[in-house]
Design a protein around this ligand. Structure first.
Ligand SMILES: Cc1cc2nc3c(=O)[nH]c(=O)nc-3n(C[C@H](O)[C@H](O)[C@H](O)COP(=O)(O)OP(=O)(O)OC[C@H]3O[C@@H](n4cnc5c(N)ncnc54)[C@H](O)[C@@H]3O)c2cc1C
Length: 270
C-alpha cells in the first residue's frame, strides 16, 4: 500500500493549570498570554497519535506545523518527543493579530510549502479560542475535502479513507479520497505517553522556522491585515451566583434542598 504523508497542525495554548493568570488586554481585546506556560492543544495530541498510527501501518512522514511566536519551538520540541519526523513553525510579526480566517490562510501557505501531503489533521477545536473554524478554513484555503468531528479513521485503499464523524445525535460514516483535512475528537484514540528516549531525541532535533516571505504569502491576507473579524468590546463576566454543596444521605439532602427552595420562594410554603 502507498505510504501516506501527514501534516498535523498544532496550536500552542495556555496550560490549563495557569488559566487564573490570564487576562484580557482592554486595548487589543485579545488574551494577554505573556508569561503563561503553553502546551500542545489537547485534541492536537489525538491528531498526532492518529498520524503516528497511520505512519506505523502504512509508512510515510508525519510533519507538524504551528503558527505562533518564536518560543513555540518549545512546544514543537515536545511534538518531536512523540516521534514525529519534522516540525515547522510559522513565525513573523506579519502573522500576528490573526483571526481564524487569517490563521487558516497562513497555515495553508505553510502546508503548501511543505509540499506533498495526503492528510492534514487538526484538533476539532482548541481549548482557548474553541471556534472549531480553523480546520474547515484550512481545507477551504487548500481547496480540498474536510471532515469534522472525526472519531474513527480506517484505511480502505491507497487513496481512500473511511471516516466516522460525530454528529448531534449519532455519527456519519464517510468514504473520502486523499488529500483531505480531518478535524479530530478525543474519542479517536488515547494519545500515547512519549517514550523516555523521546525527550532525548527531541533535544537533538531542530524546528524549521519560516516567515511570511518564506511561504510566499500575500501579507494582506494574513495577520491583522487579513482578518475580517472586528471585536468592538470585551468584558469580564462577574459571576454573582455561588455554588453550595449539600451534605448528608439522599433523604437529608432532599430535605435541605426543599427547605432552601421554600425559603428562596421557589417552592410554596405548605
Ligand atoms: C481580531 C482577532 C485578533 C486576534 N489576535 C490574536 C493574536 O494576536 N495572537 C493570538 O495568539 N491569537 C489571536 N487571536 C486568536 C486567534 O485568531 C485564534 O487563536 C486562532 O485563529 C485559532 O482559533 P481557535 O482557537 O478558535 O481555533 P480552532 O478552530 O478551535 O482550532 C482547531 C484546530 O486548528 C488548529 N490550529 C488553530 N490555531 C492554530 C495555530 N496557531 N497553529 C497551528 N494550528 C492551529 C489546531 O489543530 C486546533 O486544534 C485573534 C482573534 C481575533 C478574532
Amino acid at each position: 500500500m502507498k505510504p501516506l504523508n501527514i501534516i498535523v497542525c498544532i496550536k500552542p495554548v495556555p496550560d490549563e493549570r495557569y488559566w487564573d493568570r490570564l487576562s484580557l488586554d482592554p486595548v487589543t481585546k485579545t488574551l494577554r498570554r505573556a508569561g503563561i506556560p503553553v502546551i500542545i492543544n489537547p485534541l492536537d495530541l489525538n491528531a498526532i497519535e492518529e498520524a503516528l498510527r497511520i505512519k506505523e501501518a502504512r509508512g510515510g512522514k508525519v510533519t507538524v506545523i504551528s503558527m505562533g511566536p518564536p518560543n513555540t519551538t518549545d512546544v514543537l520540541a515536545w511534538a518531536y518527543a512523540y516521534g514525529v519526523d519534522n516540525t515547522v513553525l510559522l513565525t513573523d510579526r506579519a502573522f500576528g493579530g490573526a483571526d481564524t480566517w487569517a490563521t487558516a490562510r497562513a497555515l495553508a501557505s505553510g502546508i503548501r510549502k511543505i509540499g506533498e501531503y495526503d492528510i492534514v489533521m487538526l484538533g476539532h477545536e482548541s481549548v482557548d479560542g474553541s471556534t472549531g473554524q480553523v480546520g474547515p478554513q484550512v481545507a477551504e484555503s487548500l481547496g480540498i475535502a474536510h471532515v469534522t468531528g472525526v472519531e474513527k479513521v480506517e484505511l480502505v485503499d491507497d487513496d481512500t479513507l473511511k471516516v466516522r464523524s460525530k454528529i448531534e445525535f449519532g455519527y456519519m460514516e464517510i468514504e473520502v479520497k486523499v488529500p483531505v483535512t480531518l478535524a479530530v475528537t478525543k474519542d479517536l484514540n488515547e494519545p500515547r505517553v512519549p517514550p523516555v528516549f523521546g525527550a532525548l531525541w527531541a533535544t537533538e532535533k531542530q524546528t524549521t522556522q519560516w516567515t511570511a516571505d518564506d511561504v510566499q504569502v500575500d501579507k494582506e491576507i494574513i495577520g491583522s491585515a487579513g482578518s475580517p473579524t472586528y471585536i468592538p468590546e470585551v468584558a469580564n463576566i462577574e459571576v454573582q451566583r455561588k455554588g453550595e454543596v449539600l451534605k448528608g444521605d439522599p433523604a437529608e439532602i432532599a430535605r435541605q434542598l426543599v427547605e432552601k427552595l421554600r425559603s428562596d420562594g421557589v417552592l410554596p410554603e405548605v
